[in-house]
Design a protein around this ligand. Structure first.
Ligand code: KG4
Length: 343
């Protein structure tokens, strides 16, 4: 254990299908190891039981590697942060149980981390030798993933308020489901993104939702996309194959329009120009371009995560754990994971 002002936190993430461990020293990243599970590819989605088993196989080598790459030994660790939820219960159990065992054996405390908080707080991770600019409080964070589409008002690392969220599907789900009906692979988001780069975003018009406030809806877009395919396929059975790039570009442009419309509204009405994006869909290059465009047009200070922090990773868990550590906000050894938990 350290006796200086250096605090070494081990982060463990196992909420879905990535087993990850990371070590940070205060805000600085020392290591971030991720073992992705390819076993699910054949099924077109994550199979929970297979995910738990793969986590069990991966957790020890991944944690050992993270400690080794950080250039420390286990006894240097001050505390362990783990993802408590939301996620797949069987997957979360592996990380949680491992964290408990290690905490007991090293005699160090644990911090439970909310996976969604962690995505937001990834913006505070610093890397050695790089200039870093963290968002200033209060800031808005567009949190977009396969399971969430939310606008979060971040008042401090400890106080986050969801001011808008999807009333049905998430943005990532819209990408994935539309990709599926086009016969593209899984997950569809990155494939749509790639094809969209070669297509015309104005080729097709899909319906946009009318929901009040800062809330989102993506189920209408999905239906509208499906009907467009159905109508065209009647006359031309090769329609999807021939218009794949244009379909993807138009779909992506519509999702981005929907996301940015409410974010603009929130930024304007709340008078906030510090705006961040997080979650799996923040890897989308079209969305990143839209942020850059808004920064120019509306004088936003934008915060876009490195690609490594858009997918599930333990660095963001370790970072969130550090914020709790400095407040002595530790969790008991009988903490249980939660499949569903909100911010
Ligand atoms: O946060 P995340 O890794 O985990 C879940 O919430 O499941 O987000 C995964 C989601 C998937 O829906 C995936 O298709 C989407 O993020 N995604 C993307 C891109 N990369 C990942 N969507 C659009 N464009 C991308 N480049």
């Amino acid at each position: 254990m350290s006796h200086s002002n250096k605090t070494y936190i081990l982060g463990i993430e196992s909420s879905c299908d990535d087993t990850s461990a990371s070590v940070i020293c205060n805000h600085t990243l020392l290591s971030n190891v991720i073992a992705s599970q390819s076993v699910h590819n054949a099924y077109g989605g994550v199979v929970p039981e297979l995910a738990s088993r793969a986590h069990q196989q991966n957790i020890i080598p991944v944690v050992s590697e993270a400690i080794k790459r950080a250039g420390i030994v286990a006894s240097d660790l001050d505390a362990i942060a783990f993802t408590r939820g939301p996620g797949l219960l069987g997957s979360l159990l592996v990380g949680t149980s491992f964290a408990k065992g290690l905490s007991l054996s090293l005699g160090i405390p644990m911090m439970e981390v909310n996976h969604l908080h962690a995505h937001v707080l990834a913006h505070f991770i610093e890397e050695e030798g790089e200039e870093h600019c963290s968002p200033r409080f209060p800031f808005l964070c567009l949190l977009v993933s396969g399971g969430n589409s939310q606008i979060v008002l971040v008042k401090s690392p400890y106080e986050m308020q969801i001011i808008g969220q999807t009333i049905d599907d998430a943005a990532g789900e819209a990408f994935d489901k539309c990709a599926k009906v086009m016969g593209l692979g899984y997950p569809g988001g990155p494939i749509v993104n790639k094809l969209a780069n070669e297509g015309n975003p104005h080729a097709f018009a899909f319906s946009k939702p009318h929901v009040p406030g800062y809330d989102y809806s993506f189920s209408g877009l999905k239906t509208s996309f499906l009907y467009t395919l159905r109508d065209h396929l009647k006359d031309n059975p090769h329609f999807v194959e021939q218009h794949k790039a244009d379909l993807c570009a138009s779909l992506q442009a519509t999702v981005i329009d929907i996301l940015m419309h409410k974010l603009r509204k929130a930024a304007k009405e709340l008078g906030i120009n510090e705006v961040a994006v997080a979650g799996g869909v923040s890897a989308n290059t079209g969305l990143r371009d839209a942020f850059a465009d808004h920064a120019r047009r509306y004088r936003w200070n934008i915060y876009i995560p490195k690609f490594a922090y858009t997918t599930d990773n333990a660095a963001m868990v370790a970072m969130s754990g550090y914020f709790k550590y400095v407040q002595n906000d530790f969790c008991p050894i009988d903490a249980v994971p939660f499949a569903r938990v909100t911010l």
